[in-house]
Design a protein. Structure first.
Lengths: 211, 211
DNA sequence: CCCTACTTGTGAAAACCGTCACAATCTAGA
DNA sequence: TCTAGATTGTGACGGTTTTCACAAGTAGGG
């Protein structure tokens, strides 16, 4: 069991295991690596290897205690506590994310919304007002925002990311199709829809050429 | 130069190189692997290796012709021609995607929208009507839909994916947080927002533990 | 024409990640 | 208590991806 250098693919799978475990819901039951692998497009050995990075939670001959492993995965992924999130950009994408149900139900609590459009500033989404970006840094620092969801046009993404870091956020979920330039102490995850579509057209084009 | 077994990470980078090249826009200019690497969080050797999978497009001592490489990447990624796309699910996510500007401007043309909510069926988005899912397979086959964007709740995602395959789509961009079970001849790309957020909280939690 | 400065393309080495195989461990039941 | 059946945890192996290093090729200047 080593605690450093966890592959990104492992983290994604852990997230998936947690989702599966939450589907079981029965108290006191157990689950084997084989069963976990079946849902999740992977192998039993992979499941065990992934978990072994963080300790040994199973019992040989029996498998894993469902509720125990679920709690352990929540700890590992850091979702055993709420996260304070700011939404930057109140456009279509921002709205879709804001109303995404899985969002709040998993402990990601939106505590502030920002937009630079004067038309939108002052409007309310649910019980949250849309703030101007004028006092952005101070506001997110005061509200103790930890994560920023960056859903603004590419042109202003770098600037707002810089200011978010200035305001003390620890992580950014970036929807703008640019590579953000920020200090390595802040984590960035990119969601690039064009890239995903291009991966699709690439794969299809390749398979057509192969025939 | 071999044409098989391209790593997924290579494809993602190609997409990124193309984005960079489109930013240059100057006709007749050249660019070195070093410059391409600088925008894009990678190394010059990686750029050259990625490109070498598909041939050799550069000139030693000079670099790559910007417009030539750009066209070549478009061919490779399959975005040198339009793609016919259907949007399945006319909720918030569907709307955000539908209005996403980079979408159409890159040749992904939405030719049909579907929803199972009778309230929504018959409405128009832009000049496109929202279809019922009753005659789904026939409609997408008739419209020669190649790609499906699946933006429906998890509960109906598998069913609609199956029907999309039935209707002849070649690729699915899946926003539902489940693993789709479909034949390998159809490509799937998953976009899982909860997973991305959990990757963020994992990374932050880890770095806090390390201190 | 030759020398210098520069950059690609690529085989080889290294690092990384997934798979395999099996000893270790556990429960149940006789 | 002992045996049979099940399943984990992990070291060793193999494949894949990245990095390295350099020969080969190009342009420009004198």
């Amino acid at each position: 069991m080593v605690r450093n250098k966890i592959p990104a693919s492992t983290v994604r799978r852990l997230s998936h295991y947690l989702r599966s475990l939450e589907g079981f819901a029965e108290e006191g039951g157990t689950v084997s690596s084989e069963e976990l692998a079946a849902r999740g497009q992977t192998t039993a050995a992979q499941v065990r290897k992934d978990l072994s990075h963080f300790g040994s939670f199973g019992k040989r001959g029996l498998g894993y205690q469902v509720d125990e492993l679920r709690d352990r995965l929540r700890q590992i992924l850091g979702v055993d506590r709420p996260w304070r999130v700011a939404l930057i950009g109140a456009g279509r994408v921002g709205l879709a994310l804001f109303e995404y149900p899985a969002f709040r139900s998993r402990g990601y609590e939106c505590v502030a919304i920002f937009d630079n459009d004067p038309e939108k500033v002052g409007q309310q989404w649910g019980d949250l007002p849309i703030h101007s970006v004028d006092d952005f840094e101070e506001t997110i620092r005061r509200l103790q925002v930890e994560l920023a969801i960056l859903a603004v046009p590419a042109a202003s993404a770098q600037e707002m990311a810089r200011r978010a870091v200035e305001g003390g956020v620890r992580g950014i979920l970036n929807f703008a199709p640019i590579r953000l330039n920020i200090p390595p102490s802040v984590t960035v995850e990119d969601v690039n829809l064009v890239m995903e579509l291009e991966a699709l057209s690439f794969a299809i084009t390749q398979s057509e050429r192969g025939e």
